[in-house]
Design a protein around this ligand. Structure first.
Ligand SMILES: NC(=O)c1ccc[n+]([C@@H]2O[C@H](COP(=O)([O-])OP(=O)(O)OC[C@H]3O[C@@H](n4cnc5c(N)ncnc54)[C@H](O)[C@@H]3O)[C@@H](O)[C@H]2O)c1
Length: 250
């Protein structure tokens, strides 16, 4: 995949899909800024990439802070001279409560990370992309951004928003050499999924029973699609969502 020498930021890259994505970009010759609000995980990912002969640094950022996002992009540009790709992956899971029982705290928290965080990252990256004449955004949405997911109001709202923002922003900047696409994973092995199953162990068999492939996705399988969307192999593609869900959406 054609991402060699691209400068790539991955948010929430300290674990799960973000970690797999950072490692995958490095494997194809990109220089990766591994960013997470938790620095320890991000530093481990950087060490793994460097051990395997790749290029990476860690710049911590909590995507709910606009100043932190501005600093993330500014530091990246200071270090490498430009920014080619931002993968807006940082996200948190929901509380799994019915809407009338859901809490305002959960709503605010999930929207702040999953929706506003993506907006902040796009807004700041776009300024840099316009300055340098192009760039590429890949947002991590979810199957929950395409289909109903009951007992999941904040997460559902945030992921539908990510899909909407992806399409609208793609159209806005289509003539500016800036592409914006999204990946919609179904249930994928990660800390987020483990947390969900730990909260309700009966969910494991329930979830698998609705996945035609009868298994969860692997983070590396999602990373493949992210790197492809960010690569020069998909130059005519913008405003699209790719679903990787073992057939669940069918
Ligand atoms: N795992 C799934 O089944 C699944 C399915 C669909 C979509 N997704 C999406 O994929 C993305 C990655 O999730 P994952 O499953 O790898 O979960 P994960 O919990 O393994 O990883 C999420 C990472 O984001 C980081 N993070 C959380 N809040 C942050 C913040 N405010 N600022 C910066 N970093 C923050 C965490 O520290 C963590 O490293 C999320 O957007 C999630 O909604 C996951």
């Amino acid at each position: 995949m054609e991402v060699k020498n691209k400068i790539v930021i991955v948010t929430g890259a300290g674990s799960g899909i973000g970690k797999a994505t950072a490692i995958h970009f490095a494997k194809f010759g990109a220089t990766v800024v591994v960013s997470d609000r938790q620095e320890a995980g991000a530093k481990e990912v950087v060490a793994t990439i460097i051990k395997d002969g790749g290029k990476a640094i860690s710049i911590p950022a909590d995507v709910t802070s606009f100043e932190a996002v501005e600093n993330l992009v500014a530091q990246t540009v200071k270090e490498f001279g430009r920014l080619d790709v931002i993968v807006n992956n940082a996200g948190i899971g929901p509380n799994l409560l019915r809407t009338h029982q859901s809490t305002l705290k959960d709503w605010d928290k999930v929207i702040a990370v999953n929706q506003t965080g993506v907006f902040y990252c796009m807004k700041v990256a776009l300024v840099q992309f316009l300055k340098q004449g192009g760039g590429n955004i890949v947002n991590i949405a979810s199957l929950a951004g395409l289909k109903a997911s009951p007992n999941n109001i904040s997460y559902s709202a945030s992921k539908f928003a990510v899909v909407g923002m992806t399409k609208s922003v793609a159209m806005e900047y289509a003539t500016k050499n800036i592409r914006v696409n999204a990946v919609c994973p179904g249930y994928t092995e990660s800390a987020l999924l483990t947390q969900l199953i730990n909260a309700k162990p009966e969910m494991d068999s329930v979830l698998k029973s609705v996945i035609p492939m009868r298994r969860y996705g692997k983070a590396a399988e999602i990373a493949d699609a992210v790197v492809w969307l960010a690569s020069d192999n998909t130059k005519f593609m913008t405003g699209q969502t790719i679903t990787l869900d073992g057939g669940t959406s069918l």
